[in-house]
Design a protein around this ligand. Structure first.
Ligand SMILES: C[S@@+](CC[C@H](N)C(=O)[O-])C[C@H]1O[C@@H](n2cnc3c(N)ncnc32)[C@H](O)[C@@H]1O
Length: 389
């Protein structure tokens, strides 16, 4: 598929190049922020699985440069729309004419509000081109040795090599981790869930009380175990699907707010939280219930299902007969592009190159080998000769 046809079939791919983002993923974070106001009061952030770096770019531009995107950008647009409807814009422009245009730019600069004490650390297996104000680390988030590396990057001056948690914890941990998809559904979901547990364990080591955790999930069949565990350490857990994430993909994002670790809880990568190790809900094992199944919608939108007398009570203290379903939200302005739609492009339109081609993608060596073999487009010399004859 050529650049131009991809532009047509993927509006976010095209938009990312036009607006200077390294990847279309930027819009996922921006649309999540529109819905959840993720960056409100945030100055210290960890971006896991960050390459090529569009999420870090968003962080850098919002926190360091003080630009208005996501929720802040959306609010600005609403204000402009109100002014337009009330006719204020027209009136002002008529009065001030061209002068208004010149001062508009100055005004915009005035609105840049860089935050103080910003620290952004980005980690990925792949190398990442530098970004203003972002510390980039090349490391594996599933490996315990990554924890001290991250802690040191967060607090280079006060780093204690024996510490297992951050001396100055962070406000937000985001993770867009995804494995190289094999196409084998169950395997992909499993590997992705391992990345998610790794991200959560890192987050538990560095988050401050009240902090937020946002991570990509693949909605597989064991996802409710994850929600149940997240619910123990966060006040609010929701699942969101930004408009820029294709409807056909099982990808979604957990948005967890209000980090509230249980009393005495100490994050540890020796016994990391995961499918094997789970936090206790501190609830007593329930007796077999005599009542019928019930369904309760909580104030925060979560649904609690009690499956009633048929369910066996498990002897490990887990809630055998009850399930907790995280509220699911679609996010992104309704006027935003639909990621599954194909758009018409003007005839004379020039297709742009990506803002930041991958520095060392995993497929680079395969391409080099193919080139050496004589064919850059999937055919070796031998095959080409065969095709001709
Ligand atoms: C979808 S991309 C992330 C895109 C990024 N959020 C952005 O906006 O540019 C997924 C990334 O996960 C990274 N990744 C996969 N497994 C990892 C691991 N074990 N440790 C660190 N990064 C990993 C990949 O290298 C890849 O760059």
């Amino acid at each position: 598929m050529g650049k131009s046809s991809k532009d047509k079939r993927d509006a976010y791919y095209r938009l990312a190049k036009e607006e200077g983002w390294r990847a279309r993923s930027a819009y996922k974070l921006l649309q999540l922020d529109e819905e959840f106001n993720l960056f409100d009061g945030v100055t210290r952030v960890v971006d896991l699985c960050a390459a090529p770096g569009s999420w870090s770019q968003v962080l850098s531009r919002v926190l360091i440069k003080g630009e208005k995107f996501g929720r802040a950008g959306w609010e600005e647009k609403q204000k402009e729309a109100r002014r337009y409807v009330l006719g204020l814009d027209k009136e002002e422009k008529e009065v001030a004419g061209e002068e208004a245009k010149a001062t508009e730019e100055e005004e915009q600069d005035k609105h840049l509000k860089p935050r103080e004490g910003v620290r952004i650390v980005a980690i990925d297996l792949q190398p990442m081109s530098p970004l203003e104000g972002v510390t980039t680390l090349r490391a594996d988030i599933t490996h315990p040795s990554t924890i001290p590396i991250l802690l040191k990057a967060l607090d280079p001056d006060s780093f204690d090599p024996k510490a297992t948690s951050a001396s100055h914890p962070v406000d937000l941990v985001i993770s867009d981790g995804a494995p190289d998809v094999t196409g084998l559904h169950d395997l992909d979901i499993y590997v992705q869930s391992q990345l998610l547990w790794a991200a959560l364990n890192l987050a538990l080591c560095v988050l401050k009380p009240g902090g937020k955790f946002v991570a990509k999930i693949f909605r597989g069949k064991d996802v409710d175990l994850l929600f149940a565990q997240l619910k123990i350490v966060f006040e609010r857990v929701r699942v969101a699907k930004p408009r820029s994430s294709r409807a056909s993909s099982i990808e979604a994002f957990v948005v967890c707010e209000g980090f509230c670790p249980p009393k005495g809880f100490r994050a540890s990568l020796d016994t990391p939280l995961g499918t094997e190790t789970q936090l206790s809900t501190a609830q007593k094992p329930r007796l077999k219930k005599e009542t019928a199944a019930t369904r309760r919608v909580r104030e925060d939108g979560a649904i609690e299902l009690d499956l009633g007398p048929e369910e066996e009570v498990e002897d490990d203290g887990e809630e055998g007969g009850s399930r907790w379903i995280a509220p699911f939200l679609a996010c992104g302005d309704l006027s935003a592009y639909d990621s599954d739609a194909t758009y018409h492009l003007p005839k004379d339109r020039v297709s742009l190159d990506p803002v930041q081609p991958p520095t060392a993608p995993p497929y680079k060596r395969a391409l080099e080998m193919r080139k050496l073999a004589g064919g850059a487009y999937g055919k070796t010399k031998g095959q080409e000769r065969k095709d001709i004859t």
